[in-house]
Design a protein around this ligand. Structure first.
Ligand SMILES: [Zn+2]
Length: 242
């Protein structure tokens, strides 16, 4: 409230058998659900609190009723293995060598193929960090190539008709990996030109950084032409001026 928020959604990570490093198991999810619902009561009339879940594309459907789901891709399936898209730089580089002979665009092609299916896989209400694969691009100096943008465009085109908002996500900024939010401005423009909607989400994992980068998100969104973003309310998504 001190930061001026009127609505606040929590989005813990769904359970993921293939990578438990950031996942909540059934018991964690029950505790999380109870804690957030207690906060809902505590702040009733002062701050609208929502209990959401970041639903990974490779997770089983949620067992509890959440206010909204964010559909996200954090892994690519390669045979029986699941290389992680947003691991450490060392991990990602090792995977690139193992699976893609170091070819980042080939990795991105596989990633965006999964992203294009993320709503079918998760039945989510919001599309999470669409170009998470660019997590380390500032450190590696990678600039999206024409091929990369084609793969991204394929995913955006597939997702747009579902009418779900795409998030602008400052998680990598809050954790010091990047100075700019997801998505890349060229992908943001694809969403704008395709008539899509955006949400400005923190994904900060830290209450003190809830507003981290949101002004930059708003500026980037205005720069490509957006005049509004949506927020989640009791009545569903509502547009708000940027
Ligand atoms: Zn995520």
């Amino acid at each position: 409230m001190g930061k001026g928020f009127t609505h606040l959604g929590f989005s813990g990570h769904s359970y993921l058998e293939v990578d438990r490093s950031f996942a909540m198991n059934d018991e964690d999810q029950r505790n999380y659900w109870n804690d957030i619902h207690a906060l809902k009561e505590q702040y009733r009339g002062k701050l609208e609190i929502f209990c959401g879940l970041e639903q990974d594309c490779y997770s089983d459907p949620p067992k509890l009723a959440y206010d909204y789901l964010i559909g996200s891709v954090h892994h690519i399936k390669k045979g029986e293995e699941y290389p992680q898209v947003d691991g450490s730089l060392e991990m990602v580089q090792k995977q690139l060598d193992t699976w893609y002979e170091g070819d980042f665009d080939a990795f991105a092609k596989d990633y965006f193929e999964v992203v294009g299916n993320v709503l079918e896989m998760t039945h989510a209400d919001i599309i999470g960090h669409i170009d998470l694969v660019l997590k380390h691009c500032e450190k590696t100096g990678y600039q999206p190539t024409a091929n990369f943008l084609d793969y991204a465009q394929g995913a955006v085109r597939k997702l747009l008709p579902c009418g779900k908002p795409f998030e602008m996500n400052t998680g990598a900024m809050a954790r010091g990996h990047r100075t700019t939010p997801y998505p890349h401005p060229d992908i943001l423009r694809m969403i704008y030109e395709g008539g899509g909607q955006i949400m400005l989400n923190a994904d900060c994992h830290d209450a003190a950084r809830l507003d981290c980068g949101l002004e930059l998100c708003a500026q980037m969104a205005r720069d490509v032409g957006f005049r509004e973003h949506v927020i989640f309310t009791q009545r569903g998504f509502e547009p708000v001026e940027l």
